[in-house]
Design a protein around this ligand. Structure first.
Ligand code: PLP
Length: 375
């Protein structure tokens, strides 16, 4: 058996090598490295795929969050509610823009923000909420959208881990992750579900005026070359990356299905296990399974992780420290105990290898090794 990997981008490439190589060669032949025709082609294709009216591509998923907040007109000092248990990018751009991140704890089973706490986070300065569809499953969007509407708040959905996940509202309407809020943001970081071969990102919106503003901000605040209407940034998806994404988008449904097959096999294997708690799936969202993240009971997570590494099974802790306890956010005077669920998850979560190229025998070995540790 070959070395087991968290993600296997090389095998994934090998299967579509001819198409990818042709796409890259075409860009080089045309030398339209910035804003080549492939960029528009890809944003149109992604709009058709997600059902978003407008897709604005940019340099990475972090920029997408920042541009979204700039586009929505958030002003320094205003407050944005964000989960304490997520990747740092979400809170980082809030702080960077001089806004105040207001952390909210998450649900211990689904990892999405705990909507029951939203009310207690609201002040006269609150302008937005950033739900993060962590590991690939949608947050409780119905409740979040309802709350935002009542209190006139904007929603930016961080969809970096959940592209393609579908959410079903109680009236039966279905919408894709990233297309429900005012703006959805995503990342094409190589290991993401729709990954390119470098950095890339995009924003989704259904609002024409906002789409235009986001596009301007991403392009130095200009509509016409050298006419700068607002202060912007330089954040672009390279033509090469767009060409690669044009090929890979055609495989995204297949990739998501492969991830779900792997997740189903793990679920069966860990059903009812005393120490390995499998991820809880909510009935109203499909799961893109960016990560297959279990919770290890009995204070044994780190020891299990070391044991797995010894046996050739990689695993990762996403994330080891909640945002309110990160050094960078200590100025606000956060303390341990303020977000108990996030703190406890940081000690229990373990993500097992899941990717589009996982072989059944590899997975059998991973499962046996995890189970073997507890025997
Ligand atoms: C990856 C990720 C981002 C940032 O994306 P980059 O393209 O790396 O900037 C933001 N939020 C979440 C939840 C992510 O997983």
């Amino acid at each position: 058996m070959e070395k087991i990997q968290m993600v296997d981008l090389k095998s994934q490439y090998d299967r579509i090598k001819d198409k990818i190589d042709d796409a890259i060669q075409e860009v080089i032949n045309e030398t339209a490295f910035i804003n080549g025709p492939q960029v528009k082609e890809f944003s149109d294709a992604l709009a058709a795929y997600t059902g978003a009216k407008y897709v604005i591509t940019c340099g990475n998923g972090t920029d997408a969050l920042q541009i979204a907040m700039m586009g929505l007109g958030f002003q320094p000092g205003q407050e944005v509610i964000v989960p304490a248990f997520t990747y740092v990018a979400t809170a980082e751009v809030i702080a960077l823009l001089g806004l105040k991140p207001v952390f909210i704890d998450v649900d211990p089973d689904t990892y999405g923000m705990d909507v029951a706490q939203l009310k207690s986070k609201l002040t006269s300065n609150t302008v937005g909420i950033v739900p993060v569809h962590l590991y690939g499953q949608c947050s409780n969007m119905e409740a979040i959208l309802e709350f935002a509407k009542t209190h006139n708040l904007k929603i930016i959905e961080d969809t970096a881990q959940a592209i393609g996940a579908k959410y079903t509202f109680s009236d039966g309407r279905k919408m894709q992750a990233g297309t429900m809020g005012d703006v959805g943001t995503t990342s094409f970081f190589p290991s993401k579900n729709l990954g390119c071969y470098g950095d890339g990102g995009a924003m989704f919106t259904n609002d024409a005026a906002l789409a235009e503003k986001l596009r301007m901000i991403a392009n130095h605040g200009q509509k016409k070359k050298y006419h700068h209407h607002i202060v912007g940034v330089n954040s672009r998806l390279d033509t090469l990356q767009a060409a690669i994404l044009n090929v890979k988008l055609q495989y995204l449904d297949r990739y998501t299905a492969s991830r779900n097959e792997v997740a189903d096999r793990y679920d069966n294997a860990f059903l009812g296990h005393e120490y390995v708690k499998k991820p809880v799936r909510v009935p109203n969202s499909t799961h893109a399974f960016h990560q297959y993240t279990v919770q290890i009971e009995g204070d044994r997570r780190d020891d299990l992780k070391a044991y797995l590494a010894e046996k050739g099974v990689p695993s990762m802790v996403y994330y080891p420290i909640p945002l309110h306890l990160q050094e960078a956010y200590q100025d606000a005077g956060f303390k341990r105990g303020q977000f108990p669920v996030s703190e406890s998850l940081c000690e229990k979560v373990l993500s097992l290898p899941i990717h589009t190229e996982m072989k059944a025998e590899e997975q059998e070995y991973i499962i046996e090794t995890v189970k073997g540790y507890f025997k």
